[in-house]
Design a protein around this ligand. Structure first.
Ligand SMILES: C[S@@+](CC[C@H](N)C(=O)[O-])C[C@H]1O[C@@H](n2cnc3c(N)ncnc32)[C@H](O)[C@@H]1O
Length: 347
């Protein structure tokens, strides 16, 4: 078995329970040389099962009446005929040209609205301390976590925090976070990303949706709802680099409120030297202006960040870094589920 076939076989074993549709398709693809060959156009680092799945899903979302869609749980159909893996193989081989085009040029993109739960408590703490906020989100993708002020939160225990948004996300909390009475007050929001997704662009949105896993029906529906809301609130994400553009972005928003930078699972993409430069940039700014930074990253992947040195933790840790009158303070707040399903405050 060659390396690519092995990757699909490994995927099938890892996800046969958690994502049964993709698990079954992966097992089949591992035995289908003609399907594996479609990925010969894919750069080596991107030759991973999820890219094949996202590419097929992207085409299927544009052809929702194809019988393969009946097997995808996110299309929420009642009856499905035939075998899903047969349909999948037929579907991708009969669309080999657009498949190869996607497989040669795209990489998977994610943006998780549930991660607003990571920012709810620290943003509200900052509201209590310094008032209204102007936020710069680095590595913002489609900017969905910039919706934090515009969604409702079902905090358990704690109750509903919000004001009738079309989107409510649940959050199980352990420990005792300071419970706000309303969503955070952020008057200006700006996203920066190396490869931003424009929520107003149908093709870009379809790719983001395609990268979501069809077995996760609720998550898929939540993503769609978040994209609609992002269009309503005109969420803006600009092309830029974490290190080169963070200071300029802060300068642009700070007249509107206390500047707060947020980073969630982006700084792991930087080299150690670039991460250090990012920290240095904020330290430099913080020496002369009050500033805050909410970090939601894995300490193991980002040991150069404040509070992360020597912590061999894979889990997402939420920390708050503040610069007040030139003095930096770092506070570890919580650990959390990768998609924000729970927040373990004080852990
Ligand atoms: C895993 S996604 C996380 C998206 C979002 N923060 C979230 O939590 O859902 C990482 C994002 O970081 C962006 N990114 C990677 N390197 C970057 C850099 N040097 N500067 C800005 N954005 C970067 C990627 O394009 C991608 O959109």
């Amino acid at each position: 078995m060659d390396e690519l076939a092995r990757r699909f076989a490994d995927f099938a074993r890892a996800f046969e329970v958690g994502a049964p549709l993709y698990g079954r398709i992966a097992a089949r693809v591992s035995r289908e040389p003609r399907v594996l060959d479609l990925m010969s156009v894919t750069p080596e680092t991107q030759r991973i099962p999820v890219l094949l799945f996202a590419s097929a899903h992207h085409l299927l979302l544009a052809e929702p009446n194809h019988p393969l869609a009946d097997h995808y749980p996110n299309f929420e159909r009642v009856n499905a005929e035939g075998d899903a893996t047969d349909h999948f193989v037929d579907f991708v081989l009969s669309r080999s040209e657009p498949m190869r085009e996607l497989l040669a040029t795209r990489s998977t993109q994610t943006n998780e609205i549930g991660r607003c739960n990571w920012f709810l408590f620290p943003l509200s703490m900052l509201n209590d301390e310094v008032g209204t906020l102007a936020r710069v989100d680095i590595g913002s993708s489609a900017g969905l976590t910039l919706l934090a002020p515009h969604i409702d939160y079902d905090v358990r225990p704690g109750g509903l925090i919000g004001s009738g948004s079309t989107l409510t996300i649940g959050c199980d909390v352990r420990g005792e976070p300071p419970l706000p009475s309303r969503p955070p007050d952020v008057v200006r929001s700006l996203g920066i990303d190396a490869s931003p997704i424009d929520v107003r662009d149908d093709d870009q949105v379809r790719w983001l949706e395609a990268c979501a896993w069809p077995d996760q029906v609720e998550r898929f529906a939540r993503l769609r709802s978040a994209i609609s809301l992002a269009r309503v609130h005109d969420i803006q994400v600009e092309k830029g680099d974490a290190v080169d553009d963070v200071e300029g972005a802060i300068e642009r928003v700070r007249e509107h409120g206390h500047p707060v930078v947020t980073t969630s699972w982006v700084l792991n993409y930087l080299s150690p030297a670039r991460r250090t430069q990012f920290v240095n940039a904020l330290d430099r700014l913080g020496a002369s202006t009050d500033l805050s930074w909410i970090i939601a990253e894995s300490p193991r992947e980002t040991p150069e960040l404040p509070g992360h040195a020597g912590k061999d933790e894979d889990i997402t840790v939420i920390s708050l870094v503040t610069w007040r009158q030139g003095v930096r303070r770092v506070e570890r707040l919580a650990t959390t589920h990768p998609h924000g399903n729970w927040v373990n405050w004080g852990a």
